[in-house]
Structures are given as structure tokens and as C-alpha cells.
Design a protein around this ligand. Structure first.
Ligand SMILES: *Cc1c(COP(=O)(O)O)cnc(C)c1O
Length: 378
């Protein structure tokens, strides 16, 4: 049988495995940070209407520049981000993963490099590899906060072309303070200058504000966002960025023509008409996230501060065994490969109860008080 390595694939792809969170068929799936609430029925109806309308024009290519959609996204950012954003500041693509790919195709590529501060979103490194951009794994503190001094040293040493800052960070959940992002931006400009991409996929769940106001006067800064998490539309595949209009012009050099289908544009526009309802779910999820933090701590777990719709908890002597025991109770969480730690997405109250029961069982504390997770899971 022919395998990948029998094909003349690029050297850097040999022996590698594709991105893949397990998609197991279990009762409670809390492993990919999806929004657990299906879209509300009136929005489903509105999507059907707008898609039907779009279907009548499917003999034509879609609006290549997605102007109506970018205008509505800009209005949403202006309303929620405490910073005026115009159509010319916004670019949209099929998921923020495609936005990141376009940024790396534009500002990275062969002979160039990108840095992220890990553990962080693994796709930044994977997309870097896919675009021929060298990947540099920068450091973090033991408690997963960003180690600014070490990050500045790494930027000065490697002079990367692209700097990724994920805030709130995935998989750890904690946010990066605006002063730290500003210091990284300064360091990146002094070293190269390079592009700084702030990945705000989870910002709607944050206790703090978006970093959009930092865009003012910083043409090498990009804020990337997604409709996959807060908008509960992971299946839609719609991500976007806000930046100086020159950045929007630059990514158009690499985007495929008509990359955003008319069906996608129509669906996203319908969802944006229901922003207020969708952000209502966000409030519920934030409350559930805070409950997960409190209850896990009460059981004796260590929990990283979370500004996202998920929580990192531990610490386990055998992380995989702990993951397995939770799965045996019908609850799928995520082992992101951070030794000692697992990640759980905030689900519905019922799903979260099932998860908390499973962890209680794992900790051996069902009914009899806290115990050390290290001993219990060994
Ligand atoms: C989930 C996630 C995304 C979203 O990717 P999409 O392609 O928009 O679904 C982006 N960045 C981070 C850090 C994420 O966790």
C-alpha cells in the first residue's frame, strides 16, 4: 500500500500528522470549545431566507470583496470593541484559520519565521509549516502567564517576521494584559519590524476588553476574530481580521479569487442580524465557566484563570489516564499535550454537571471532601 512518505511530498511534511481533535461519539462532548447551544430557531429561519435569496444568484461568482459582510462585521466591532472600525479595516475568510493562513502567506513564507508563546493554539505552528514559514516556539511562565522578558529576548534573538499573541490564550484560558501586548509590539518593531497578530478568538468571553483600540497608529498590528465560538457558528467557517487598510490590501495579494462563497456570506450576514441573542448565550456560558472554575477548585483541582469559554484544570500525574477515566464516564475533554493539565469547554449546565461528577469520581472525592489530584490519578 502506498503511504504519504512514498509520495514526493515536501520534506517538512514527512512523518507529520494532521490536526485532529478526536471526534468521538460520546454523550457529552466538551473538547473543542464549541458553543453548546444550537442556533435559535428564528435565526435558522433567517439563514434559510437569506440563503434562498443567494441561491438565485449562484450562477454568478460571489462578491469577491465581501463588502456587505465586512461592513456588518465592522459595525459589530465598533459596537462591542470601544474602537471605531470601518469596512476598509476588516477582512473575512473561511474561519480565522484561513485568515491566519493568508497572513502567513503574505508576511511569512520561505526564508521567513513566525513565533508563538507556547503552550498556545497549535494551528499557528501548523499553518506556519504549511506556508513554509519557520516556526519558533517561544516561552511562557510556569503559571502560563506570558513571560515578557523572555519573550522580548526571543524576539530580539530570532527577529521573527510574524509574532502571534493569543489572548485569551488557548488551551490555558488566561488573557494577556494590553501593556504586555504593547511591549511585544515595540520589541517586534525594534527587531525587524514585524507583524503582530493578536488572536482574539475568545475575546467575547473575557472579563476584559478587546485590544482593538491598540490598532490606532499601529499599522503592523492585526486583531483576528471568529464566529466559531461566541457566535455559536463553528460549522459556518467565518473568521475575520481588523487592521490598517494596508493590511487588508496586502492579504488580497494571496487570497484565492471568490474564496468566500455567496452561501457563506449570506449565512454570516443573517447571524450578524441576531448578534444580541447570540451574545446572550455568551453571558450564560461565562457564568457556567466561572462555576466550573469554582467547583473544580472546591474539589482540590488546580485551575488556570480563564477569560475564555473553557477551563484548564489539573494537575494529574498521568494526564492521559485522567482523560481516559473522564471519558469512561461519557465525557470527552481535551488533552492538549500540556503535561499534568486537561481542558474542558463550558457546555450547558447539564453537560457541566456530568463533567463535574466525572471529575469528582476521578478525584475520589464524591461525597468525602477534597483530595490531592496528584495522588488520586497516579
Ligand atoms: C478556535 C480558535 C480559532 C478559530 O478558528 P476558526 O477557523 O475560526 O474556526 C482561532 N484561534 C484560536 C486560538 C482558537 O482557539
Amino acid at each position: 500500500m502506498t503511504g504519504i512518505d512514498d509520495l514526493p511530498v515536501r520534506d517538512e511534511l514527512r512523518g507529520k500528522t494532521p490536526y485532529g481533535a478526536p471526534q468521538l461519539d460520546v454523550p457529552v462532548r466538551l473538547n473543542t470549545n464549541e458553543n453548546p447551544y444550537p442556533l435559535p430557531e428564528p435565526l435558522v429561519e433567517r439563514i434559510a431566507e437569506r440563503v434562498r435569496e443567494a441561491a438565485r444568484g449562484l450562477n454568478r461568482y460571489p462578491d469577491r470583496d465581501a463588502v456587505e459582510l465586512r461592513t456588518e462585521l465592522a459595525a459589530y466591532l465598533t459596537k462591542t470593541g470601544k474602537h471605531p472600525v470601518g469596512t476598509e479595516n476588516v477582512w473575512a475568510a473561511n474561519g480565522s484559520n484561513e485568515v491566519i493562513q493568508q497572513l502567513l502567506q503574505t508576511f511569512g513564507g520561505p526564508g521567513r519565521s513566525a513565533i508563538g508563546f507556547e503552550p498556545s493554539y497549535s494551528m499557528h505552528g501548523l499553518i506556519a509549516r504549511g506556508t513554509g514559514t519557520a516556526w519558533i516556539s517561544g516561552p511562557r511562565n510556569e503559571d502560563f502567564t506570558l513571560d515578557l522578558a523572555a519573550a522580548e529576548r526571543a524576539i530580539a534573538e530570532h527577529r521573527p517576521d510574524v509574532v502571534f499573541v493569543t489572548t485569551p490564550n488557548n488551551p490555558t484560558g488566561n488573557a494577556v494584559p494590553p501593556e504586555t501586548v504593547l511591549a511585544l509590539y515595540e520589541a517586534a518593531q525594534a527587531a525587524k519590524p514585524s507583524m503582530v497578530v493578536v488572536d482574539e478568538a475568545y475575546v467575547e468571553f473575557s472579563h476584559g476588553d478587546s485590544l482593538l483600540p491598540l490598532l490606532e497608529g499601529r499599522p503592523n498590528l492585526v486583531v483576528s476574530r471568529t464566529m466559531s465560538k461566541a457566535f455559536g457558528a463553528a460549522g459556518l467557517r467565518l473568521g475575520y481580521l481588523a487592521a490598517d487598510p494596508a493590511v487588508v490590501d496586502a492579504v488580497q495579494l494571496v487570497r484565492l479569487p471568490y474564496h468566500l462563497s455567496a452561501v457563506t456570506q449570506a449565512t454570516a450576514l443573517a447571524a450578524l442580524e441576531h448578534t444580541d441573542t447570540l451574545l446572550g448565550y455568551v453571558e450564560q456560558l461565562k457564568a457556567e465557566r466561572d462555576r466550573l472554575v469554582t467547583e473544580l477548585r472546591a474539589m482540590g483541582c488546580e485551575v488556570t484563570e480563564s477569560d475564555a469559554n473553557f477551563v484548564q484544570f489539573g494537575r494529574f500525574a498521568d494526564t492521559h489516564a485522567a482523560w481516559r477515566k473522564i471519558l469512561d464516564q461519557g465525557v470527552l475533554v481535551r488533552d492538549n499535550g500540556v503535561p499534568g493539565w486537561l481542558r474542558v469547554s463550558a457546555g450547558t449546565p447539564k453537560e457541566n454537571d456530568a463533567f463535574l461528577d466525572a471529575v469528582r469520581e476521578l478525584m475520589g472525592t464524591a461525597g468525602d471532601g477534597p483530595a490531592s489530584p496528584k495522588e488520586q490519578s497516579a
